[in-house]
Every structure is written in C-alpha cells, then in structure tokens.
Ligand binder design. Sequence first.
Ligand code: HEC
Length: 102
Amino acid sequence: MSKKQVYAVFASVLLFLVSITGFAAGDANAGKDKSAACTSCHGVDGQGSEPNTKIAGMNVGKFKEAMQAYKTGARNNAMMQMFAKKLSDQDIEDLAAYYAAK
Ligand code: HEC
C-alpha cells in the first residue's frame, strides 16, 4: 500500500468510528421523534402560544443553553425543569437541530 492508501484507510476507519459512536452534532430527524413530549405546550412545530414560548427557529446555541439551564436548575421553571431533566445531552443536541430548522 502506498502512503496515500494508508491515509485513506485510516480516514475511513475514523469516519466509521465517529458514525457508530453516534456522538455527532444534532440530528434533526431524531429530534423530531423526541419532540413529541414538547408539542402539547409549544405546538406541533414549536410555534408556541402564551405562556409557552415560541421555540421554532431558535438558534442552536441559545436552545442548548436554555435547556441546560433548566436541567441544572439555573433557569427556574418547574415545567421545563421536569422535561429537561429527562433529556440526555444528545437529546438536547437533536432537539436543538430540529427546532432551529423550523
Ligand atoms: C407543560 C408545558 C411545556 C412542555 C411540555 C414543554 N415546555 Fe418548553 N417551555 C414551557 C414554558 C411555560 C416556557 C417558558 C418558561 C420560562 O419563562 O423560562 C418554556 C420554555 C422553553 C424554552 C426556552 C425558550 C426561550 O426563549 O428561552 C425552550 C428551549 C423549551 N421550552 C424547549 C422545550 C422542549 C425541547 C420541550 C420538550 C422536551 C418542552 N420545552 C416541553 C412549557 C413547556
């Protein structure tokens, strides 16, 4: 094998590892499935209605920040804290990708 081929094999193995660990940026499709618990308050598309804020189109960074703040209790809202606590970091990534694309 030439050096180039060795690098190519190495790169594809790395890519494969990244794909099977599933630890990647948010997946909007997975987020759609996970959003079922959110629709009763925030609406089917996250459009919201008072007092449930609109979360559709929310910036990924702001979304994650808000969810982590509810999770840790830094941001105080009993409802959101309850829901955020059930979510893993990957769930939050996926939901962020989903709502940001709305
Ligand atoms: C029982 C109703 C309810 C459910 C269910 C619910 N939320 Fe909320 N959510 C709220 C309310 C009310 C607020 C505003 C709270 C506040 O002022 O901090 C809020 C705020 C938020 C915010 C912050 C918005 C901002 O502008 O900072 C995000 C993000 C969010 N919700 C995401 C979600 C996600 C994701 C789910 C599903 C896992 C969910 N919510 C489920 C009621 C709900």
